[in-house]
Design a protein around this ligand. Structure first.
Ligand code: PRT
Ligand code: ZN
Length: 287
């Protein structure tokens, strides 16, 4: 059978989270640096280790069946190539960032008309400006975008921001947001029928891992009379299990919560009489 090919970033911010997600889905492999092609040792799956910018095209041309890449890169490639056809499947919850406008401290931006804007995302910025009827010049640059306002290449920039530390250390101030982004699973829309079962299985496992990530399993003991009040305090609880205890006035309540359980919830449960509260992480959640 033809092996399923998954394109992931070889070396960068997406790499280790992509590899660890695939491992959590039961895909085993031995990776070593500088390998461009990694064969899974237990499934009919190969990993293509590439630059993130190449992932949408590899999936669009059906060279890879699946890919993991940032939404910012997907959008830029789609805007620059109308014929690029890919299916966007699942937001993966890592490599979260935003694409934002930033200006040198003290610079008055006004309506942005006639400004020079440096960015590595010219198509996304062009699209944004044209939707707002702004006539500005886009300077495409890859790398050190933050430097360009200080060497007379640009007036302002559009770049990715996560903590904001890079902007701050370069005396730049974020003032408008173009898009939010996170890693995304994409798939080819031309998958052969012989591979489709395995691909569906991988997508379903990825869904389970993503869903489990924020979910928790909670157990506690309570007075029978308080059951309803306590269940109301649980965030996104799926029909909890209520188990009788030897002491007839008490029960144990077990539930999967599809959100994290914070200290505030635990404290509220305690103040309503819950005891022996135990919160456990969930590794996989199949529905
Ligand atoms: O070599 P290759 O082409 O594969 O990698 P790359 O250099 O193009 O990409 P890489 O590894 O830097 O980023 C891959 C993806 O990670 C991006 O496309 C985004 O989807 C996502 N991501 C998440 C980020 C950031 N956070 C991020 N902070 N990509 C880049 N940055 C940079 C940003 O450009 C700026 O220079 O980090 C700096 C800002 O970070 P803060 O934390 O100081 O705000
Ligand atoms: Zn790149």
């Amino acid at each position: 059978m033809d092996r399923v090919k998954i394109a992931i970033q070889k070396n960068g911010r997406l790499s280790s989270d992509s590899l660890s997600l695939l491992r959590k889905c039961g895909i085993e492999f031995n990776e070593s640096e500088n390998m461009l092609f990694i064969k899974s040792t237990n499934m009919s799956v190969d990993l293509l280790m590439v630059r993130d910018d190449d992932i949408p095209r590899l999936v669009g041309q059906n060279i890879a069946d699946l890919g993991i890449v940032g939404e910012n890169v997907i959008k830029e490639k789609q805007l620059s190539n109308n014929s690029l056809k890919i299916d966007q499947k699942i937001k993966l919850g890592f490599s979260k960032c935003r694409l934002s406008f930033a200006k040198p401290q003290g610079f008055e931006v006004g309506d942005m008309n006639n400004l020079k804007i440096a960015t590595s995302y010219p198509e996304i910025v062009r699209n944004y400006l044209s939707n707002k009827n702004i006539d500005a010049e886009i300077i495409e640059i890859h790398g050190s975008v933050e430097l360009t306002p200080f060497v007379n290449i640009s007036d302002i920039i559009v770049d990715l921001v996560s903590t904001g530390a890079t902007l701050e250390s370069n005396n730049l101030v974020e003032f408008d947001n173009v898009m939010k982004s996170e890693a995304m699973l994409i798939s080819s829309n031309n998958i052969s029928s012989e591979k489709s079962l395995l691909i569906e299985k991988i997508i379903s496992r990825i869904n389970s891992v993503i869903e489990a990530k924020d979910s928790k399993y909670i157990m506690f003991n309570a007075n029978t009379k308080d059951i309803d009040d306590l269940i109301d305090l649980l965030p996104s609880a799926e029909s909890p299990t209520v188990i009788p205890l030897a002491d007839k006035s008490k029960v144990a309540i077990h539930s999967v919560c599809k959100e994290d359980i914070f200290w505030k919830t635990i404290e509220s449960l305690k103040s309503r009489g819950a005891s022996s509260i135990l919160v456990l992480p969930i590794e996989k959640l199949a529905n």
